[in-house]
Design a binder for this molecule. Sequence first.
Ligand SMILES: [Zn+2]
Length: 353
Amino acid sequence: MRQSSKQVGVDSQHMPSRLRVELYEPVQRRIEQTLLRTSVEDGGKFLGRIVRRDGQLVIRIETYIDSGPRVDHSASHLHPDGEYQEAVFRLAECLDPGIEHLGSWHSHHCNGLNTLSGGDIRGYIQTVSDPDYGPRYFFVVLVTALERGRAAMRYYLFEKGTQEYVELDAGSVRLVDNVYPWEDVVAASERAAQKARNLPSSAAQAALSHPLPTRRERDTSDALRLLRSKDRAWFARRFPEAQIVQDRRDGTLSWKWPVRLDSETLMCRLRYPALEQTDHAPIGQLEILRGNERLVSTVALDETRFQRIEDMVAQAGTSPDENVARPHVSDGSPSHTDQPSSDRKNDRDGAPY
Ligand SMILES: [Zn+2]
């Protein structure tokens, strides 16, 4: 093997005379994409295998596992998420039992240090010496700079049983046009980990603390969904201007639609119940605004509901002077007190659902 003149503390007697490294092309591409997104140290764990070809040892770096969602890093340090890396390694091993951990890469592009630090070297010697580390060699890529999206790399080789290491010259490391068969799996893990890293902690907390719906709430919600889909078909036919809107405060859904009469327009609204108020026979609420009047009535959400709505709308339209619908005003909620119609814009509807 060709060894660089830049070797530090090297005992070349311990290194095989004919050894080279092959780096699968997506490995370099993914390293560069990762570094483009960050201004701190990042890195990954190389996976591959050592093969013998034409009397030569070839260290084949086929893919890498990224440093995970809970990486602890800055411009001058990097502690990968070991639990995550172990889990992804176990997954890769299930798909490809021959795969091995064969080294790692990390970047100094953010701190200008263009060689391995003392801590890096001690760490690598410790790793390769560990009886749990199977292979004889540990291959290291150090990214020293990112220039126009391309990573400037230095290569090092550590060997079991020695405190020495060598820097490999660029000619010993060849980029090959191969793709690891499970590259998409490993790359998808990296994308997911990146996404999880970028999740604001408050959102992550909220996601964790949001209670899952109970069985009854799920059943109720399924029943309401079925009901709404039937209503949707009816409204589309009968009142094509109807829109479904969601109350920002309590999440309840309503249909809102205008009924245009000769002299005025009625604004109608059918409000579905909130989940927790719903039982086997859900009750909706129909409101009709006519001028300054507000007529409110409950509507059993069963097969009779469409006729009930038709009747209410017809009565409101034809009997302006009478409270024909016997509206039962109010369920106690402050938004249901009588209001002039001009206040309608102040309700809490969000965008159409
Ligand atoms: Zn370092």
